[in-house]
Design a protein around this ligand. Structure first.
Ligand code: ZN
Length: 411
């Protein structure tokens, strides 16, 4: 997938706007004397933008139009340092609502649905994004916001909500609560639209098993409108991305080069029509890949895979890039293996070595299990690791996030 002629023209209008505003990126274009791009190669030579630059622009340095055109701001929750403030024009708000309406449509949701919104409202882009799209669709919005499980369930029953929008963890919590109370028969939910954080297949199965609903993954980030720039369809083979509003690239996070379709890398996004705060080649640090070929649904919108994690987690070994999430996924196919594992990368006798430690109980043959895991690893990731099967409880545990990848190669 490469940038097309229409998209290049849209990028050139964004470049123009940025140059005139002379914001952080506009100033860079002005200094470099870049007035436009006329080919995919020229586009791919444009500098990246990153979150730190957006933070440095605090409070309103991203603004690329006169202030009277700005109707709203949103902000990403900064856990470290200054937050990012994103200004929106009326058209930006409308475009975002339109993208979100399309998301609901792709999920088969209509104006006859009742949509219970549990993500947060306020500076966050989540709640209000789900709401704008739902209102554009003409559905009935039940704007709950997060928390208060008691009230959520009361309204879900009495208002006969048919669609739940939530983070995966909150959807799971509600599902478990519904199961615990044995009130499944009072719930009218048919579909769930779930935020794009990485979540396990196990979690997904649990939610669908308890609630008997279809789940759709929605993608987005505050810096680029918010959630709603893409969603999975009923075939559940990746998320369709609205490439009339954004252009999405997958790059090698180390070299910055575009990777071929089908290969995993970091998502980089360019806004094509945004006015308030256009971004060119913004590094999201989210890891995914373009899914090649056509979706069975027949839609021409390109697809990306579910988010695999953050680029900071990527492991590079003998020229192959992979993510701990891929290892987790393949280990999930072995019921005899526990959920703890460890990857140890070393440089031994002049050779890079990857050892994968997995735990199991004493009932299986360790050697044959190791061979089967190694073969699965080879076919899924591309090389054969040294698999070491150990007894349950041998690998270190910690209350916080366990360190699962230990890289001793460069010590
Ligand atoms: Zn599709």
């Amino acid at each position: 997938m490469r940038i097309n002629e229409t998209q290049l023209q849209q990028v050139n209008r964004q470049i123009q706007r940025l140059r005139e505003s002379n914001n952080f990126y506009g100033a860079r274009l002005n200094q470099a004397g870049i007035t436009g791009v006329d080919s995919a190669e020229a586009f791919e030579a444009l500098p990246f933008s990153n979150k730190q630059e957006l933070r440095d622009a605090y409070p309103l340095g991203l603004m690329a139009v006169p202030e009277e055109e700005i109707v709203r701001i949103h902000s990403s929750s900064g856990t470290t340092g200054k937050p990012v403030i994103v200004p929106y024009t009326a058209k930006d708000v409308d475009d975002w609502g339109e993208m979100f309406r399309r998301c609901y449509e792709f999920a088969g949701i209509t104006d006859r649905d009742r949509i219970q919104i549990t993500p947060g409202y306020g500076l966050w882009t989540a709640g209000i994004g789900f709401q704008n799209g739902a209102e554009k669709l003409g559905a009935m919005v039940i704007p709950m916001g997060p928390g208060n499980t008691e009230k959520q369930l009361r309204f879900m029953i009495d208002m006969k909500s048919t669609v739940l929008t939530a983070t995966s963890s909150y959807a799971l919590l509600l599902a478990e609560e519904i199961q615990k109370r044995g009130i499944q028969d009072q719930i009218c939910l048919k579909k769930g639209v779930i935020g794009s954080e990485r979540w396990s297949e196990k979690m997904r199965r649990k939610i669908t098993d308890i609630l008997g609903i279809e789940l759709y993954d929605i993608y987005g980030l505050t810096e680029i409108y918010g959630p709603g720039i893409g969603i999975s369809c009923r075939y559940d083979q990746g998320m369709h991305i609205w490439d009339d509003y954004i252009y999405l690239e997958i790059i090698d996070p180390v070299t910055g080069e575009n990777v071929p379709d089908g290969e995993f890398g970091e998502i980089v996004i360019t806004t094509l029509v945004k006015e308030g705060a256009p971004l060119i080649r913004y590094r999201t640090h989210d890891i995914s890949r373009i899914i090649p070929g056509e979706c069975p649904c027949g839609s021409r919108y390109p697809r990306i895979d579910v988010i695999q994690g953050r680029s900071d987690d990527m492991v590079k070994f003998r020229g192959v890039n992979f993510f701990p999430s891929q290892v987790e996924e393949l280990l999930g196919k072995f019921p005899e293996v526990a959920s703890e594992y460890q990857i140890r990368l070393s440089h031994l006798e002049g050779k890079d070595t990857l050892r994968l430690y997995v735990e199991t109980d004493g009932t299986v043959n360790f050697a044959s299990l190791a061979d089967r895991i190694a073969a699965k690893f080879k076919s899924a990731i591309g090389f054969t690791p040294l698999v070491k099967v150990v007894e349950n409880g041998v690998l270190p545990r910690s209350e916080k996030k366990a360190k699962r990848v230990i890289d001793e190669r460069y010590d």
